[in-house]
Write a protein that binds this ligand. Structure first.
Ligand code: FDA
Length: 346
């Protein structure tokens, strides 16, 4: 396993940690258009092979990453889900892995996710699976991803389970929604849902259509670095859009068509906006759910359950944890400081 290999790259580790520390230290001074240099650097590093090799071969990295990742095996993911279930929360299980480069890798990912579905069913935990189309071969051949997802949806349906398609970078949104609609409507899979990112200008139009189609939608802010030509550059724009889209997905129209909102955020302002709208419109408890990431704001997750809301936790697991981990660091400088100090302590 990558995480237990001894480091053979002391200097690159030091160089990256020093760069991160320096950048983290100055990042607060470098706020520009609501975006930090730090976030850009981390998102850039999340795609760099050398950085991945350096970070994942350095054992302290796993010490930090394991706060956000349930483990490397399905068994560990199921154990984490059991714990969440015992606290009144359900789960969305994510077998970590991003873009694959050939059909063989895509088939391997598909088989891992099929095994996950079987284990969810066999263990009886309350969970569904989340998948990325690039992991199922979208960038190799659209039809390959379609076929792999069809196989998974068929298996899930037979087991009484659902699958959510995660949303990736903006260049993949059209194809992702197109494949979703082919499976949902042309092939009749009613156990598939999608994700919409409030940072993208196009999302309001997408949501209006999904509302009419009675879709099962997870609403997020968006985790990818996008150009200002397609996405709001400032947090205020992303947040305002999140609230607008959440209200569309909770509207009477949406409910009449059978649409369902999963408001996926750790942001108290977004959570409060959804709660306010639900209370003002007397929405029943099953009209929506909150979703948060594994290991992030655990107390808040439990508090929402206590307050009577439905809560689902997104539980990532698997050996390919590096890009996911870097995106979480990009969202929260405090986590980065913890990571960098571990590097230096080691
Ligand atoms: P934001 O990052 O703006 O944070 C707002 C506030 O939340 C912070 O000021 C702080 O108070 C609190 N907070 C945030 N992170 C915290 C932390 N680590 N610790 C403590 N407090 C914290 N993205 C995507 O592009 N495609 C996808 O398919 C998904 N799927 C997905 C599923 C689920 C269940 C979640 C929760 C998120 C996603 N995302 C995603 C990621 C999403 O787009 C976004 O990057 C993160 O959720 C961060 O945005 P927030 O809404 O949490 O607010």
């Amino acid at each position: 396993m990558e995480k237990t290999k001894p480091s053979t790259a002391g200097l690159p580790v030091l160089a990256i940690a020093t760069a991160l520390a320096a950048t983290a230290g100055t990042s607060y001074l470098l706020y520009r258009n609501g975006e930090t240099w730090l976030r850009s650097l981390l998102l850039y590093l999340s795609r760099m092979k050398l950085a991945r090799q350096v970070v994942t071969r350095f054992p302290p990295a796993w010490a930090v990453a394991s706060r956000f990742i349930a483990g490397e095996s399905v068994d560990e993911a199921i154990a984490a889900t059991r714990q969440l279930n015992s606290k009144g929360m359900s789960a969305a299980l994510d077998y970590l892995g991003e873009s694959v480069s050939d059909a063989h890798e895509a088939a391997a990912a598909r088989d891992q996710i099929r095994y996950l579905l079987q284990q969810i069913h066999a263990s009886g935990v309350e969970a569904y699976a989340s998948v990325k189309l690039s992991q199922l071969g979208l960038k190799v051949d659209e039809n390959l991803a379609l076929a792999n997802l069809r196989t998974l949806l068929t298996e899930a349906k037979a087991l009484g389970l659902r699958i959510r398609i995660d949303m990736e970078e903006s260049a993949l949104v059209d194809t992702t929604l197109d494949l979703y609609r082919r499976l949902r409507f042309d092939e009749g899979f009613d156990n598939v849902g999608v994700v919409i990112q409030s940072c993208l200008y196009r999302s309001e139009e997408d949501v209006r259509r999904l509302v009419n189609e009675g879709a099962w939608v997870r609403l997020v802010k968006g985790a990818y670095k996008e150009p200002p030509s397609v996405a709001y550059a400032q947090k205020a724009g992303v947040d305002a859009a999140f609230v607008r889209l959440a209200e569309l997905l909770l509207s009477g129209d949406a409910r009449q068509h059978g649409a369902h909102l999963a408001a996926a955020t750790h942001d108290d302002a977004m959570i409060a906006a959804v709660q306010r709208y639900a209370a003002a419109h007397n929405l029943p408890g099953d009209a929506f759910e909150f979703q948060l990431l594994y290991g992030i704001r655990r107390e808040r997750q439990e508090q929402l359950v206590t307050q009577g809301y439905r809560v689902r936790v997104y539980v990532p697991y698997g050996t390919a944890w590096y890009p996911y981990f870097m995106r979480r660091l990009a969202e929260r400088p405090a986590n980065l400081w913890f990571f960098v100090s571990n590097f230096f302590r080691a």
